[in-house]
Write a protein that binds this ligand. Structure first.
Ligand SMILES: Nc1nc2c(ncn2[C@@H]2O[C@H](COP(=O)(O)OP(=O)(O)OP(=O)(O)O)[C@@H](O)[C@H]2O)c(=O)[nH]1
Ligand SMILES: [Mg+2]
Length: 208
């Protein structure tokens, strides 16, 4: 996945990060969009948003990535951000079992209730693999969950950046492999064409 600084793009894809508070959603996004070391972040308030331009298989893509708060008090607000997403990344912490069990108890249900896109690609991400000695959820359990719920699956570390690029790349490749999602990516561009403003490679604006 080659970064592209050009603000021209072929497709616009909307992606969403969901999962329990503290699993590392904001850290993953920061790790993907910036080259700074990951510091201890504060819990997200409501929703945050970053843009990244990448070139994949010769296509210039604008990725609009929405980072939601995992805390339950923001659930009503964050649920409205599922609308129109082409990719949803469900994150859990491999060192905290409850963040894994909440995938089926909470997050899969949230997707069923609020996602408007039948073909939306889901990606399951087991984060914090750098803390291997504290791991309580095995890779096999992750693979089985992903198979049952029809998700892609990867384990990664926002801290060491292991598999962070691959996570977004696999999701983007699968979106590009799905004709209805490509069509939506083009439609969004047509809808937004008069609103596009020049932006940096990765930009951020809080939004709640
Ligand atoms: N060791 C380790 N720590 C991580 C990793 N990813 C995130 N963290 C730490 O976990 C804590 C929570 O990370 P966040 O990115 O804020 O978690 P979040 O999922 O965005 O949480 P909410 O915004 O409350 O939903 C922070 O202290 C991070 O530094 C990782 O891969 N490895
Ligand atoms: Mg956060």
């Amino acid at each position: 996945m080659n970064p592209s600084s050009d603000t021209e793009f072929d497709y616009l894809f909307k992606m969403l990060l969901i999962g329990d508070s503290g699993v590392g959603k904001s850290s993953l996004l920061l790790s993907f969009t910036s080259h700074n070391a990951i510091e201890d972040l504060s819990p997200t308030i409501g929703v945050d948003f970053k843009v990244k331009y990448v070139t994949v298989e010769g296509k210039k893509l604008k990725l609009a990535i929405w980072d939601t708060a995992g805390q339950e008090r923001f659930r009503t607000l964050t649920s409205s951000y599922y609308r129109g997403a082409q990719g949803i990344i469900m994150v859990y912490d491999v060192t905290r079992r409850e963040t894994f069990t909440n995938l089926s108890d909470v997050w899969a249900k949230e997707i069923d209730m609020h996602s408007t896109n039948q073909d939306c690609i889901k990606m399951l991400v087991g984060n914090k693999v750098d803390k291997e000695s504290e791991r309580v959820v095995t890779k096999k359990e992750g693979i089985e969950f992903a198979r049952e719920y029809g998700c892609l699956f990867i384990e990664c570390s926002a801290k060491t950046r292991v598999n962070v690029e691959q996570c977004f790349e696999e999701l983007v490749l699968k979106i590009l492999d799905t004709p209805s999602l490509i069509a939506e990516g083009s439609t969004s561009i047509k809808r937004n064409i008069f609103k596009q403003k020049p932006q940096a490679d990765a930009s951020s604006s809080a939004c709640c």
